[in-house]
Design a protein around this ligand. Structure first.
Ligand code: UD1
Length: 341
């Protein structure tokens, strides 16, 4: 039987590159497409080194309808995993139109191209941000989506709705939305990982850059939250574990196992970890001291959120396996490698 082909939009980025590795290792052909707007070829080269093959990398913008149509004409695409999107929460607040235009426009083009070829299996890269501030923890897929607190978060909600409605309306389109909690870490080879441009917004890149000396001091945003140690709690999910959830989702679709045309899964560990616990674990496993201080709360942060991953465990057959220590060791190995240390 010929290999099934998966298109990974945004496949040169942090999550896309890890997903590409796992898909290829699971026996899929992969086409990577990326406009390289938020990354260079570091991760693409890393993927090539890990796999020993240079997969097709099409440099194109998913907002360009003609380019998306050409991509679908050039390759026989059995499934798409759509990552191509802007993701800076703060920037989305100051430049909302940029976020709506890019994140919705690119996804609509994927839907239209899928429709034009008579259907496709689409995995959408969603986020736990769709749950907003919730006091009923852990969150299940049935937990209500609260009004988004940023245009970025709103694009995730709207794209989920676009996928749900398209599945209903257009024959041959099937959809899975994966709601990621906090993806962290790097590939154990240290050949691919997160490469934020400028000052990192997310916690783990800020920690590793502080440890390597690129940043002077980590600010822990808030130690007066109603949590056991006063710092926020999140569900940190290892990037390789997260990538494997995509392979399970694609297999479920291509093997005709979906119970409904549109399904949603939480991708998390089910384990809450506070900022302070994460910092302590990073110091312990990597045997170093991190310069940090407590700072005021960051606007827009939720107190605590973690997943109930039961549906993904039981229905998708996926489970987070890597320990937080392994993940934080991998994040540190990656930081050291890119710093040349
Ligand atoms: C953020 C986004 C979320 C997005 C996700 C992608 C917001 C409000 N949410 O989630 O929409 O899907 O990234 O990974 O931006 N922290 C510090 N110091 C720092 C950085 C972070 O203390 O320098 C704390 C934060 O207050 C938070 C935790 O670390 O409690 C995690 O922060 P972060 O990595 O930015 O992720 P989220 O805010 O959970």
């Amino acid at each position: 039987m010929s290999k099934k082909c998966v298109l990974v939009s945004g496949g040169a980025g942090f999550i896309g590159s890890h997903v590409t590795v796992e898909l290829y290792n699971a026996g899929y052909d992969v086409v990577i497409a990326d406009n390289m707007s938020n990354c260079d070829e570091t991760c693409y080269n890393g993927v090539s080194q890990i796999l020993g093959v240079r997969l097709p990398l099409v440099k194109m913008d998913f907002c360009d309808r003609a380019a998306v149509d050409k991509l679908f004409a050039d390759y026989h695409i059995d499934a798409v995993i759509h990552f191509a999107a802007f993701k800076a929460v703060g920037e989305s607040v100051s430049e909302p139109a940029k976020y709506y235009e890019n994140n919705l426009g690119s996804f609509l083009n994927v839907i239209e191209a899928s429709r034009a070829q008579g259907g496709c299996n689409i995995v959408f890269s969603s986020s736990a941000t769709v749950y907003g501030e919730t006091d009923k923890l852990p969150v299940t897929e049935e937990s209500p989506r609260m009004p988004a607190t940023s245009p970025y978060g709103n694009t995730k909600q709207i794209c989920e709705d676009i996928l749900r409605d398209s599945v209903k309306a257009y024959a041959g389109i099937k959809g899975i939305a994966l709601r990621y909690f906090n993806p962290i870490g790097a590939h154990p080879s240290a050949l691919i990982g997160e490469l934020p441009r400028g000052v990192p917004n997310n916690l783990v890149p800020f920690i590793t850059q502080t440890a390597i000396g690129k940043r002077e001091c980590l600010s822990i945003f808030g130690n007066d939250y109603p949590t056991p140690d006063g710092t926020c709690q999140r569900d940190y999910i290892d990037i390789v574990d997260l990538a494997k959830a995509h392979v399970c989702a694609v297999a479920r679709m291509l093997d005709g196992k979906m119970a409904e045309g549109y399904e949603i899964f939480n991708v998390g560990t089910g384990r809450p970890v506070s900022v302070l616990e994460l910092v302590n674990a990073f110091e312990k496993v990597n045997k170093l001291k991190l310069n940090y201080k407590f700072a005021p709360r960051r606007a827009g942060d939720v107190t605590a959120i973690w997943a109930d991953p039961k549906k993904a465990n039981e229905v998708l057959g996926w489970k987070a396996e890597r320990s937080i220590e392994e993940t934080l060791a991998a994040a540190w190995a990656w930081e050291k490698r890119i710093a040349g240390k």
